[in-house]
Design a protein around this ligand. Structure first.
Ligand code: NAP
Length: 281
């Protein structure tokens, strides 16, 4: 039997229809003022530019507005901090997205952490991470939160299951592991120093690939019946996991494209609408 397709694209579309209605209600209650997401793009990396455009387009589709901040490649940490501080103080801005990655001379962590908690709709601050980890209210990091939403939408059982997360980056692997732990999974986190990765992956009931290398995780490392989540996206439509051969043997999987990617953007705009609702009442 073929594995269940965890269709992030259609779930995102369905959620956008609901979000449009929430935005209409917000506008009616606030003299036509729509929620506003500020996007900050530093430098000229084409992929980052495309991601920011996709996020702005998603805002437009649900009737939200966006403020586009574009800064040159040579921007300093101080200049970026100043821009973030302006947006923090701007009452018309409800959420701030600082597109990862920024040029290497910038202290990205300091800039993420300068985002006000109530505007951290991409879930990138240490404060937000800590609160999420402690199961206090916080906006989750968009990609892992999007993954949790898709697993929930398809009623994937997590409690007591062995989840293996490959990758431990601050915006993906690490928060993913904590979210799965909070959902009562037993979690193993793997990274570049992990020994005998295939044997750990073989134990996974739930596998999340967040490595950043095309098809690095091989199909024959994955046990039959596993739920396979591929966060990767590379040119040619490849993910971080060799997906094609597991379509028959997994119990469920996220396709690439159309799985995790749309849910990341959708989670960002969902959390921006939530921030506006909290702010505008
Ligand atoms: P990253 O910051 O480069 O982190 C990669 C992680 O993989 C690191 O923790 C690294 O370990 C680990 N790793 C590297 N080589 C490994 C190996 N040989 N064995 C085991 N682990 C290894 O990447 P990221 O930002 O988390 O992104 C991961 C993937 O998700 C990428 O494919 C990216 O394109 C994708 N992504 C997708 C979305 C989306 O919206 N769909 C959003 C963000 C990212 P160390 O910590 O030891 O270096």
């Amino acid at each position: 039997m073929s594995a269940l397709v965890l269709d992030g694209k259609s779930l995102a579309q369905k959620t956008e229809a609901e979000l449009s209605q929430r935005v209409t209600v917000l506008k009616q209650a606030n003299n036509g003022q729509a929620p506003i997401l500020a996007t900050i793009l530093v430098g000229s990396d084409p992929a980052s530019g495309t991601y920011v455009k996709m996020k702005q387009n998603a805002c437009k589709r649900i009737g939200m507005e966006s403020i586009a901040v574009e800064l040159p490649e040579e921007t300093t940490t101080e200049q970026l901090l100043e821009k973030i501080s302006e947006l923090n103080a701007n009452p018309d801005c409800h959420g701030i997205l600082l597109q990862h990655r920024v040029p290497s001379q910038i202290d990205e962590r300091a800039c993420f952490d300068a985002i006000a908690a109530e505007k951290d709709v991409d879930g990138v601050t240490c404060l937000g991470f800590g609160r999420m980890a402690m199961q206090e209210p916080a906006y989750g990091s968009a990609t892992p939160q999007g993954i949790m939403r898709i697993l929930e939408a398809y009623n994937i059982e997590l409690s007591g299951k062995h989840a293996v997360v490959v990758g431990r980056s601050p915006i993906l692997g690490k928060p993913m592991a904590l979210m799965l732990l909070n959902a009562n999974a037993t979690v193993t986190i793997c990274h570049s120093r992990t020994q005998d990765l295939p044997s750990l992956i073989k134990q996974a009931d739930i596998l999340v690939g967040a490595v950043g290398r095309p098809e690095f995780i091989k199909a024959n490392w994955i046990k039959k019946g596993a739920v396979v989540v591929d966060a990767g996206y590379h040119p040619g439509g490849l993910g971080d996991i060799e997906l094609e051969p597991i379509i028959e043997s997994a119990s469920a999987y996220t396709p690439v494209p159309g799985g995790v990617g749309p849910m990341t953007i959708n989670t960002l705009i969902l959390q921006c609408v939530m921030a506006a609702e909290n702010n505008l009442g």
